[in-house]
Design a protein around this ligand. Structure first.
Ligand SMILES: [Zn+2]
Length: 287
């Protein structure tokens, strides 16, 4: 997510404003031996640790880096050696410069580096040390801590630089902002090359590799199951279909919105992305 720091933080931690990051506590949830999730403000952080070193997936905001490092060390993990960014938004990459200075090797999809270097809107061009050093078009594999950790680029969805991370032995998948659990309708960032059909496609790819025991880490929200992701995928596909059929019937955006196609899915109606906002996004992308 991006655009509104307050809103991004609000999704996870209540009304936390930028100046209140000093009050944010990092909470830790173990999802498998050697794999944990850190919740604070901003995107959920995945941590993988063991004898070969610590991998972090996303890093929230710069003022939280010390607390994140403390949480990592409380797990019994070594300092962060590798960092993967699921996408370029600042609530997922804000700690990059601090971690780059602390010698973490930063990896992400090619477009994450391009977009971070250029900056856009209220996300300023990133410092050199914040930029991914290793970039990829399709993905890469990390062979660490007794398992293969697959980092896989997904075609344009939340942005045009999204990756998911799959711990193949621990059976954990971090989906970045391709998945929000119940706290908001999906955020598809058209200004960063996102596409709502890609959100469905990414969910389908994860559903194909997940089983009923898989722990799925959404970009925002609590740790989820395959069943939660299936509901999310169906919701997005159904809303697209409803908007498409409205367009085919010659209805205007206002008429389609009045039919409330995004209601009834159990998603927080006052979330970062409201039902109306999501329907507008879908309309613009499928019309
Ligand atoms: Zn995002």
């Amino acid at each position: 997510m991006r655009h509104l720091l307050a809103s991004a933080a609000l999704i996870v931690s209540g009304p936390v404003l930028a100046q209140d990051l000093s009050k944010v506590e990092i909470k830790t949830e173990q999802v498998a031996p050697g794999v944990a999730v850190l919740f604070g403000a901003g995107g959920n952080i995945g941590v993988s640790y063991g004898e070969d070193g610590t991998i972090l997936i996303d890093d929230q905001f710069a003022p939280l880096t010390e607390k994140i490092q403390t949480a990592v060390s409380t797990l019994g993990a070594q300092p962060v050696k590798f960092l993967v960014n699921t996408h370029w938004h600042y609530d997922h990459t804000g700690g990059n410069e601090n971690l780059g200075k602390a010698n973490a090797l930063i990896m992400a999809h090619d477009n994450v580096r391009v977009r971070m270097a250029a900056g856009q809107g209220n996300q300023k061009p990133a410092a050199k040390l914040a930029l991914p050093v290793v970039t990829y078009a399709d993905g890469l594999k990390l062979h660490l801590n007794g398992e293969e950790v697959r980092v896989m680029h997904m075609p344009a969805g939340h942005t045009d630089g999204d990756s998911i991370v799959h711990w193949t032995k621990s059976n954990v998948i971090h989906m970045g902002d391709l998945f929000f659990l119940r706290m908001s309708l999906p955020f598809v960032d058209a200004s960063s090359g996102g596409n709502v059909r890609g959100v469905v496609a990414a969910a389908d790819k994860v559903l194909a590799i997940a089983d009923d025991q898989t722990k799925i880490i959404p970009g925002h929200g609590p740790v989820a199951t395959k069943a939660d992701l299936q509901l999310y995928r169906n919701m997005v596909a159904e809303i697209i279909a409803k908007v498409e059929s409205g367009i085919k019937a010659g209805k205007t955006l206002e008429q389609i919105k009045a039919e409330r196609p995004a209601d009834g899915y159990g998603v927080n109606p006052t979330g970062f992305i409201t039902a109306d906002k999501f329907v507008e996004t879908v309309f613009d992308m499928v019309k």
